[in-house]
Design a protein around this ligand. Structure first.
Ligand code: ADP
Length: 199
């Protein structure tokens, strides 16, 4: 069985930077955010279920999901959010399991901002947290996305607190230096993961 590493971290912590490094080493990465979009693509069973549950207004003329309309709808109605998640979460989980199972690299990575929040860590053998101070998270995420500090702070407040994530992860990298420093720390762990994957 392939060794599966869970990779997580709050917004702007450096998860994507870490994922890219793993990919550069030939390690296959399954990105939960990408899977979440794939399962509601045109023709997918989850999209049909969403249409049946919420109505035809959730589908655009081109047959794609009207994400914006649905986002606004569930924002106002928490029970609608639950209904939506009851459709999407199992579909996402199934697709993640399939993609991880087809990985051919020595080990595989599941990167997810909500690894612990959505119990996706049940699918992994070991978890790595990319950690950063809130100050750095705000600085990096706002320069990447062009969002203001207040918007980033709201997203951070909605995510699991750093302390809780630190308690759940077996490995933690504090990404508070140069990108080379992140890569050096990843390299050390990568050697351990390779050894584990051979065991
Ligand atoms: P996440 O995926 O966790 O939201 P990213 O990996 O996209 O975070 O990192 C947020 C931004 O900060 C990106 O523009 C990324 O290139 C940059 N970044 C990440 N780590 C570092 C670092 N150690 N030094 C400088 N910039 C970094």
């Amino acid at each position: 069985m392939t060794f599966i590493l869970g990779l997580t971290g709050g917004i702007g912590s450096g998860k994507s930077a870490a994922s890219q490094w793993f990919e550069s080493q030939g390690i296959q990465v399954v990105d939960a955010d990408i899977v979440a979009r794939e399962v509601v693509e045109k023709g997918q069973p989850a999209l049909e279920q969403i249409q049946q549950t919420f109505g035809n207004w959730v589908i655009q003329e081109d047959g794609e999901l009207n994400r914006r309309a649905l986002r606004e709808y569930i924002f106002k109605d928490p029970s609608a959010r639950k209904q939506l998640e009851a459709i999407t979460h199992p579909a996402i989980r199934t697709a993640i399991i399939q993609q991880l199972a087809s990985a051919t690299s020595p080990y595989a990575v599941l990167v997810s901002p909500l690894l612990f929040e959505t119990s996706q860590h049940e699918l992994t053998h070991h978890n790595l947290l990319i950690d950063a101070t809130e100050e750095l998270q705000i600085e990096r995420a706002s320069s990447r996305d062009g969002q203001n500090a207040e918007q980033i702070k709201k997203i951070i407040a909605a995510q699991m607190p750093r302390l809780q994530k630190q308690a759940l992860a077996q490995d933690i990298i504090l990404n508070d230096g140069h990108i080379d420093h992140l890569h050096n720390q990843l390299r050390k762990l990568h050697l351990q993961y390779l050894a584990r994957s051979e065991a």
